[in-house]
Design a binder for this molecule. Structure first.
Ligand code: CA
Length: 233
């Protein structure tokens, strides 16, 4: 197998459509990645074990098994970022993939620019932060040791619940978090339809963090799915 010859990040593409694999290979190789291809789920899982990829692009409709099953089996031992690429665009499919451990979800057809941007975020979220005690995104700074939150050097006072919620986003910055994930982590609620309370706290956070809470730039809504804390320079 012609893999990991150079020290470039390796992306495993699990996708049965040859044209899409070819497109992804071209795009990824031009942008400094090495690519390993798998045309079905079994080959994808075997390649994941043999190549230990830095990231995985996973189609959901595969000839031998559902992509969600591939994801489930991969997550039993791997924490490599997984971006689902699928024609399925129902919210339920996105939620199932994200709850199953996918880092992100792209609906086909997608632009390669967007794919690369999402891939960089997924890879960045996996690398250990150089200064893990302080988180930055745009105007937002969170000092995790002193629990100090600032916007452009102005200290923002948060309640304990607001801070827990923000911390969960910081720990998964750039990643879409589903309503269910947030509720079970922050409130220990197992009922995924308790989203009213969550919406209220998202509003509180936006009112404190965003210059214009109606047009958020940090804490983004993923309609019907959940929220994402944007990673910015
Ligand atoms: Ca397919």
């Amino acid at each position: 197998m012609s893999v990991t010859t150079y020290n470039l990040p390796a992306v495993l593409v699990i996708e049965d459509e040859v044209q899409i694999r070819r497109l992804l290979r071209g795009c990824l190789e031009r942008n400094g990645f090495q690519v390993v291809e798998a045309p079905n789920g079994e080959a994808g899982l075997a390649n994941a074990i043999s190549t230990q990829p830095d990231a995985v692009l996973l189609d959901l409709r595969l000839p031998d098994m559902d992509g969600l099953e591939v994801l489930k089996r991969l997550r039993e031992w791997s924490d490599a970022p997984v971006i689902v690429i699928s024609v399925r665009n129902r919210e339920a499919d996105k939620i199932a993939a994200l709850n199953g451990g996918a880092n992100d979800y792209l609906t086909k057809p997608f632009g390669t620019g967007e794919l690369l941007a999402r891939l960089q975020v997924a890879l960045r979220s996996r690398l250990p932060m150089t200064k893990p005690e302080v988180f930055h995104s745009g105007p937002l700074t969170v000092d995790l040791t002193t629990r100090t939150v600032t916007i452009k050097d102005r200290i923002i006072k948060l309640t304990a619940t607001e801070y827990s919620l923000l911390l969960f986003f910081v720990q998964h910055a750039g990643k879409v978090l589903t309503h269910g994930q947030i509720l079970s982590e922050v409130w220990d609620v197992q009922e995924p339809n308790e989203t009213g309370q969550l919406r209220v706290y998202i509003r509180y956070l936006r009112e404190k963090l965003e210059p214009n809470p109606a047009k958020p730039q940090l804490l983004m809504t993923e309609p019907g799915v959940g929220y994402r804390l944007v990673l910015r320079d």
